[in-house]
Design a protein around this ligand. Sequence first.
Ligand code: 6R9
Length: 650
Amino acid sequence: MQHPAAFENLSREDRRFAPTEEFAEAANVTAAAYAEASADNLAFWAKQAERLTWAEPFTQTLDWSTAPFAKWFVGGTLNVAVNCLDRHVAAGLGDRVAYYFEGEPGDTRVITYSQLTDSVCQAANVLTSLGVKAGDRVAIYMPMIPETVIAMLACARLGAIHTVVFGGFSADALKTRILDCDATVVITADGGFRKGSVSPMKPTVDAALLGCPAVRSVLVVNRAGNDVDWMPGRDVWWHESVEAASPVHAAEAFDSEHPLYVMYTSGTTGNPKGILHTSGGYLTGCSFTQWEVFDLKPETDVYWTAADIGWVTGHSYIVYGPLSNATTSVLYEGTPDSPHQGRWWEIVDKYQVTTLYCAPTAIRAFMKWGHETLANYSLESLRLIGSVGEPINPEAYMWYREHVGHNRVPVVDTWWQTETGSIMISPLPGVTHGKPGAAMKALPGIVADVVDDDGVSVPNGTGGYLVITEPWPSMLRTIWGDDQRYVETYWSKFPGTYFAGDGAKRDDDGDIWLLGRVDDVMNVSGHRLSTTEIESALVSNPKVAEAAVVGAADALTGQAVVAFVILRSEAGDGGPHVVHELRMHVANQIGKIAQPRQIMIVAELPKTRSGKIMRRLLRDVAENRPVGDVTTLADTSVMTTIAAGISTGM
Ligand code: 6R9
């Protein structure tokens, strides 16, 4: 698929960072884990599942007889919430902090495992009184506050299936999701705090519910104090119900394959896909990978996934992974620059955060603001930093390593998807030499490959499609209500193999580099170019903070490279000389073939909740089309800003 010449630039990367001896010696996982897993993959996973507390032990590790519909840990029963809470309290860890909550306006709460357990039991009792039963769907549309976690776990405790909808989504996007999974109860808040002001949420729920007759109850957290309309009989205040309910609740054990949640993710076409995760396998995956990849020491670490709970990263690494491991985590409501651009670093110092996990988009925003801000903070508590969501450009990796990690802590670039449930490809921090920009190796127990159009494994030094060739416990089980779409989307391009939809390259050492979604590959005069590579070339220019590249139809070359660039603050607002310099820079870094036909200097880029650039919308701009569906943008006004900036020549 990919033209090998297109990847020369990335393969020129020869920086290597070995784990320090001290880190390697104390690491949770050693190189032996790879050998152990490849000797007997199922035995390896059966062993990891022992991390959980099972009410009934499983009798079979995997039933793959109706592939690609997997059943993991067959015969086992468990309660996910009990695994995240009660068992830790029973083990004497009730006073351990589960979350340091930091609200955007500066309000804070320290929540221990016993307190969280009580709150979850109270919420479960209220949901029961609202008629919620195992298997029912509950939509959660909330800011980033502890009640969001409590709501999710209360559902899990009852065996009800939650679907968390990102708090920035529109009424329409919320309605589509509620209808698709037939939710009957919604949990929300009056509003949340964002960028220094109240962002109302209940009005969005009210608007969405005009089209959702099956929703009979709305449980509302009083968070921001904004005025809300009230529908008696339907709406129930959280503080009047949950906080008054009994904290005693006997949890039932459910089958290992009992559904846990549905998370919607956009497909290339059509309605969003409801990705279904189930209990035993999913929890095993997040619990084990959080411990393995972040070298988790639950007694001493303060772990912070700076992501939204409405993204799978929040589900697996703010809620289920950390809680199942009895981790102390930070939960932060707001944006990185409220009220100032040092907010994250202030939080790191305040709580002595040891482990920070965030998206390249955040790192590039900090690069844009300048590293001077970070110099005001110690950051010495950090011992590991991670990245997720998009390929991390080597430049951003080096900046993160230097200015956040002080060149002393390992960086883990973790590749995975909503569908995979937990991290799949990543360095092991005590084992793997990090390479800036590479996710490196499939984790022990995961079997990944890079294949060509015929599904044949490509030689080192070549690009192709990323596939996973063996089932894994935290894999999606289906697309909610659409088994056929599940089979077609993931298992039909290469029968029997999971097709991830990402392009990847294996370098000369056999290590894996992610190159972006396969639909982000351009064809310019017959040359295959990856958006990731041209973006990384642009970001390696000191004037550039962030870049998004798309292929736009071109009469001469088939497709042409069009780049949207955000400059760093010290680079000024960019004139023709900057654009010229950047075009020359790409030509020098990759070759003339990759030189953008057009470079547009913009103030913002359109992004999803997880920080992924929505190149589809930029392609609309590049091809002078009306801009398509923007409902999944974290900030729907961005496209208007971009269009306005371009027409005024900004
Ligand atoms: C966890 C998450 C999945 C897509 C995935 C890929 C991209 C995620 C990445 C990465 C390169 C990484 N992606 N992590 N690309 N390097 N470390 O992001 O889930 O929102 O479902 O997105 O994100 O393209 O296919 P999700």
